[in-house]
Design a protein around this ligand. Structure first.
Ligand code: ZN
Length: 192
């Protein structure tokens, strides 16, 4: 099932998400819905707060980027579920990369982040995993991980740049943005 994506201005995007246990209601269905929603919207990652669940869960699918980043073949099969993740180490260099977000439609800005991370998480079967990620895979995960702490990529750009994009952010707040996927705006009544 395709879920509406909550966009910039909605309170759920600013909440600190909480860890979950395997008995979280209809978790399997939620994960499937998140994959369906992400893929329909042509995204490479989707965090649970973006579909109005303030829980520490996100899904990724890097396949869309595989043709653009041929030296990172691991993107092709980078389709995963991350539950209760914890980035235990950031390493490598600081690099700039143009990011977008399904919750901030139509906006792309360079964000500086580290190139490598070490992450511990539970997979969809609640089996503990530990991975070292680099390049675009690490970038996708760091962006989604931020969502679990209520952080958006526009929080990580300079104040000057943020002023420059204020008009675009206001357009989202005023519901003057259109996409080919379902969105839920701040002014609409939210069901929690
Ligand atoms: Zn995002």
């Amino acid at each position: 099932m395709i879920l509406p994506i909550f966009v910039y201005g909605t309170t759920v995007l600013r909440k600190k998400a909480v860890d979950i246990t395997p008995d979280y209601p209809e978790l399997k269905q939620l994960i499937q819905n998140m994959f369906d929603t992400m893929e329909k919207a042509d995204g490479v990652g989707l965090a649970a707060p973006q579909v109005n669940h303030a829980i520490r869960l996100f899904v990724v699918n890097g396949a869309k980027f595989a043709d653009d980043y041929v030296n990172e073949p691991e993107l092709r099969n980078f389709r995963k579920v991350f539950i209760n993740p914890k980035i235990v180490e950031f390493s490598g260099n600081d690099v700039s990369f143009s990011e977008g977000c399904l919750s901030i439609p139509g906006l792309y800005e360079d964000v500086i982040r580290k190139t490598e991370i070490e992450i511990e998480y539970l997979d969809e079967n609640f089996v503990a995993q530990k991975e070292h990620l680099k390049g675009v895979c690490a970038r996708i995960v760091m962006h989604e991980y931020d969502h679990l702490d209520g952080v958006l990529f526009v929080d990580r750009i300079s104040p000057i740049k943020k002023r420059m994009i204020k008009g675009k952010l206001d357009a989202i707040l005023n519901e003057k943005t259109h996409r080919n996927y379902k969105m839920r705006f701040a002014s609409k009544k939210m069901s929690v």
